[in-house]
Design a protein around this ligand. Structure first.
Ligand code: FE2
Length: 272
């Protein structure tokens, strides 16, 4: 295993692309995650004051928005997990708390992992998480998953028993995708549900997708998106652009009906 990461590849329009200190910081955190071996303690990252400050601003603002826009199951999970608002939490402590609540583990990875690896881990109730923090110049935006997205978006979901079970069922479904095309179909359904899903709850649209719940800007405007019925075949064939707010979302009639239908889809997914 390569355990020293010399540099990280960032796209040309990444906010940190021409900041050498940020790149070096990313490489150092990636090296520590790359050295992780299953069964050993998750490496701690000593976050800087700047990184803690990014976390503080984003998590405080998002928590305020969640009260208004997040589904009840997410809010219940977040209340149980009770993450700190004033500093970046260590994956080790998030892992211990999530595991005690739902049996899910959080495991560190240096950066994006292959699609099959990421989804396959879910089948074993393991969520692969990055540890780095987005660039401080734009705290409310990231072009890639960072620890804010992973933990505020996904770990809070994984602290909710019905949502954690859905993640595992998604992971098992991914293992039955017998071709790249089938995996693509599955990934699109995952995108429009567990990343960008919304449901009708208490007479209004509320978000349960981690992508929405970790996006300060999009969370305030998603109710203006075109809402289509919860049709899995439509999701699986729909293209999307990760660099902009989603113009189309798929809305379930209730949280319970979403869990039922999506769970059944994952349990019976078997495509070539
Ligand atoms: Fe995500």
């Amino acid at each position: 295993m390569r355990s020293v990461v010399e540099d990280v590849e960032l796209p040309a329009d990444h906010p940190g692309v021409s900041d050498p200190a940020y790149r070096a910081r990313r490489a150092a955190i990636a090296s520590s995650a790359a050295a992780y071996v299953e069964g050993s303690p998750i490496p701690e990252v000593t976050y800087t004051r700047e990184e803690d400050s990014v976390w503080r601003s984003v998590s405080t603002e998002l928590a305020r928005l969640h009260e208004r826009y997040a589904v009840g199951a997410y809010l219940a999970g977040a209340a149980q997990l009770d993450l700190p608002n004033d500093r970046v939490p260590q994956l080790r402590e998030v892992d211990a708390r999530v595991h005690a609540l739902t049996g899910f583990h959080i495991r560190p990875v240096p950066g994006l992992v292959p699609t099959r690896t990421f989804y396959g881990a879910l089948a074993e109730r393991r969520f692969l998480s990055t540890q780095y923090v987005r660039h401080h110049s734009v705290p409310f935006y990231t072009p890639e998953p960072d620890i804010v997205h992973e933990i505020i978006g996904h770990a809070n979901m994984l602290a909710s028993p019905p949502l954690a079970d859905l993640y595992e069922r998604a992971g098992r479904a991914s293992l039955r995708a017998g071709s790249d095309r089938a995996l693509e179909f599955f990934s699109r359904v995952f995108w429009f549900t567990l990343e960008f899903g919304v449901v009708r709850e208490g007479g209004e649209m509320r978000a349960y997708g981690a992508g929405l719940l970790s996006s300060f800007g999009e969370l305030q405007v998603f109710r203006g998106a075109e809402m289509r019925p919860f049709e899995l075949d439509a999701m699986g064939t729909m293209t999307y652009d990760i660099t902009r707010y989603q113009p189309v979302l798929f809305a379930a009639e209730s949280f319970e009906s979403m869990v039922d239908e999506l769970g059944r889809f994952f349990d019976t997914f078997d495509r070539r």
